[in-house]
Structures are given as structure tokens and as C-alpha cells.
Design a protein around this ligand. Sequence first.
Ligand SMILES: [Zn+2]
Ligand SMILES: [Zn+2]
Length: 214
Amino acid sequence: MDKQVQKFREHNNSLLPKWYKWELHFLMNLVLFLFFFAIGVKKIDWYSILTPLYLLAAIFIWGLIEYAIHRFILHGNVFSFLHFKKEHTIYHHTFFDEKNMNMQSAHDLNRTLLRPIDIFSVLALNFCLSMLLSGVLGVKGAAYIYLGGIIYLFLYECLHALTHYYRGKNTFLNGIKEHHRKHHIKETMNQYNFAVVFPFIDQVFMTFDKKGIR
Ligand SMILES: [Zn+2]
Ligand SMILES: [Zn+2]
């Protein structure tokens, strides 16, 4: 591992509160996912043949939303005052660069997973959005978007953590990992590969890093 990255990781770990435990972090995030999922779970008909299709469509819509947030807010020139922007572009992108993509231990989940406050904020905003949308799409329609958002964020967390952990030979996972590794190249992180769950979104919006291995 590069000395600079090693130094940054040690500095980052020294800033963590003494009570920090990755198990607690993981558990808090999981509880938040389950709590918000439980709020919406009864609003849709799980026996309808159309439910998987509506949910897939909602998950894809959230893929587009994640792309836009990642590209225009986290890596854009606006909203510089937002703390979670610093959490991402400075802390996460320095903790992991293109040559040092892997976690050394589960403790490094502290810079891989979103913080519980971020998960809570996104899911609470999603809930408020679904309240507004229910006036337009009806309770069921809004519930698909709401649940799709929760499932998407859960998928994002799992796949993103794998991109910083996985060392196996699965082609699909290695494809996602390589796509995200190129996003971590410091010089071009504001230009390429913002999508995590659906890398083809970068191809659609022409932000796909086509260059070879670097
Ligand atoms: Zn990023
Ligand atoms: Zn990452």
C-alpha cells in the first residue's frame, strides 16, 4: 500500500470516536433499512404479477437519481458547504484510490459504508418524497418509488462495499469493481464512472471511462 494512503488511513482512524465499532455501524444501517422498509411494505400488493416490474422500474429510476447526486452534487461545483460531500470526495476518495482499492480489515467499513446519519437522511427524504408523490401517483404508485429507493440504496451499499473488498473471480463483480476503481482515479474522479449499481448509465450519459488499465 502507498505510504500516503497508509498515513491517511491511520489519521482517519485516529479521528474516529473511541466507541466506534464497525459491527455497530453495520447494525445501525441495517436497522434503519428494515425500519423504513417496514413502513412501506404493506402499501403494495406483493402477490401481483406486476409488482416485480414496478419495483424494477423504481430501482432503475433511483439508479438515475444516484448517478445525478454523485455526479452533480458530490463531484460538482455546487453545494460545497454540504458535509457529506467532503465525506465522499475527500475522505472516501483519499482512503481508497485507484491503486489502493481494498479494505485491509472490516474496520475500514467506517469509510466504505455510508454513515447512519446519511442513511437516515436519505431514507427520511425518500419518505417525505413519497408523501408528496402519493398525491400524484396514488398511495400504491408512491409506495413503489419509496420501496424501490430503499432497495436501491441497500444494493448500492452492498455492491459498493464489495468493490472495496472483493478479490474473487466472478466476472460480474469484477466488472463492477473495475468500473468503480476507475472512478477512484484522482485526476478524473469528477469526470467518469459515477454509477455504481448500473454502470451502463455512464455509457448512456457519456461519462464512461473507456481507457485501459491504469
Ligand atoms: Zn465519487
Ligand atoms: Zn468507492
